[in-house]
Every structure is written in C-alpha cells, then in structure tokens.
Design a protein around this ligand. Sequence first.
Ligand code: C2E
Ligand code: CA
Ligand code: CA
Ligand code: CA
Length: 280
Amino acid sequence: AKAAGRSCWCFFSFELHQQTIERQSLINDLRQALPHNELFLVYQPIVEMQDGRIRKFEALLRWRHPRRGMITPDIFIPIAEESGLISEIGDYVFKESIRQLADWRKRFGEHLIMSINISPYQLSAPDKHMSDWFEFLHAQGVPGAAVSLEITENMLMHHTEVVSNQLLAFRDEGINVALDDFGTGYSALSYLNRLDIDFIKIDRSFVSELAEERMEKDLCEAIITMAHKLKLKVIAEGIETPAQAAILAKFGCDLGQGYLYAKPLLTEGAEALLRAQDTT
Ligand code: C2E
Ligand code: CA
Ligand code: CA
Ligand code: CA
C-alpha cells in the first residue's frame, strides 16, 4: 500500500512539474506570438432580434501556435493576464479591430459597431497603451459610439477608483460599455446604474437551457424586463436553435449572438455575410 501511495505521489508531482514547465513554455511562446504574427482576430456577428440584421461584431482573439496548432483564448488569456502581456495584446486587439471596423463602416454602412473584450487587468492599473486609443479612434475616423467594450461582472466586484475612472473616460468619448457573462458572477445591480452600463450580455449557460428549463426561461425574462426598466439593452449570447431565438424575441431581447446566426468568422467570411445582407 505504501509503495502504491508513493508511486501515486510521484505521479502527481510529475504532472504538476510538467504543468509548470508547460506553462512557462507557453508564456515564452506567447511573448513571441505578437511579433511573429501568430495572433489574429475573428469576428462574430451580433444581430437585431427583430429582423436578423447584423448590427455589431464581437472581436475574438485566436492564437495559431507554430507547433501546437490553435490555442483557445480560455487557455492563453489567463496566461497573458498573469504574465502582464495582456496590456500589449489588448492594445493589438483594440487597434486591429478598430482598423477593421473603419473599413467596414466605409464599405457596408455607418450603423456597424465593434464590440471588444477588455480584461480587468487592463483597467485595474493605468495602462500606457490605452492613453492613445482615443487618438487612434479619431485618426481612423471612428466615433466612440461605434465602439462597445465588454467587461465581465466580476470585474465590477473588485472595481476600484481606477476602474470606474477609466470607464468614465471611455463614456466621455461616447464609447458603450457592455456587461459580459451577466448572471454568472456576483451581480450587484447597483453597479449597472452607477457605472452607466449600456448593454448586458446574458450568459450562454442560461440561453442553452432556455427551451427545456422553466427556471432559465423565468430568469431570462426577468433579466430582460429588469434591464429594460433600467434603460439597458440586452444581448443574448450562445443562441444555437430557432426555439431559443423565438423565446428570447418574445421576451423582447434586443440583440442576439450565436452559432444559429454565425460562428466567429475571418474577415472574408464576415464580409460575405455583410454583402449578402446588403442585397436583401
Ligand atoms: P466571451 O467573451 O464570453 O465570448 C463568447 C464565446 O462564446 C466565444 O468563445 C465564442 O466563440 C463562443 N460562442 C459564441 N456563440 C456560441 C454558440 O452559439 N455556442 C457556443 N457553444 N459557443 C459560442 P471564444 O472565442 O473561445 O472566447 C472565449 C473567451 O475568451 C471569451 O468569452 C472572452 O472572455 C475571452 N476572449 C476572447 N477574445 C478576447 C480578447 O481579445 N481579449 C480578452 N481580454 N478576452 C478575450
Ligand atoms: Ca465577450
Ligand atoms: Ca460572454
Ligand atoms: Ca462566456
């Protein structure tokens, strides 16, 4: 029994050791990812629930690793945050997606909006890159109102003076703020008004159960009703079936996002959708 215990211990410690090496090597690789052009953005349409037309795109980051293949953001964003690389990566995401938006607004219409995920780490300390974002917007001819920043609920929990001041500075430029993954964290409703949030995004976990579970139905309806009372718009994420879309539309949900409409797309794929919708 003792021998077995020991071999167990060795096994776990070996695994842990491997994980640490693994992690360190990913951090090193991530440092090279931007200069080596391994990071790129895909864009997922967000549509009006009423008529299905594309109103926004959410920019989502991808990493094409030279040896490991595609690595999902759920893996590398936390690594970027802990290693401090998030500031530079976040700056790339902002500028690249705004450049794309500027082009699309010229070619497909000024109604288009870009939604960009912001890590709490980018807001919780002064970020040297953020200070030239407003100038960058002006240079690209993109008004603040054409930009949404998605922040997660938990960030507001730990929100400090710095975070709320930063958010206010964005608001002064007309930039919208969306509360991401709504319902999964410690929802503190008072923050919604205090920080002048514009959109809430109902988390996929609620939407996916929508057609089967009474509780999720009631929850979604309650969230939408409450949001509208507070003059917030609602985006439902992770819509995969017509049944889910129908229920959300019935509750008055404003915007929808999910595989039912489109997966995250490369530039060409997104443009094909925009062109198709132009002719209808
Ligand atoms: P998120 O902000 O909640 O993004 C939505 C995620 O749901 C995306 O995963 C998207 O591909 C996925 N999704 C969209 N529609 C559906 C659907 O109908 N069904 C299912 N099953 N999934 C759907 P993705 O692209 O893997 O991103 C994961 C997370 O990584 C994001 O969650 C976001 O928190 C983070 N992330 C992605 N890009 C960035 C970025 O540029 N900066 C920061 N800070 N975080 C990012
Ligand atoms: Ca998001
Ligand atoms: Ca989300
Ligand atoms: Ca999510």
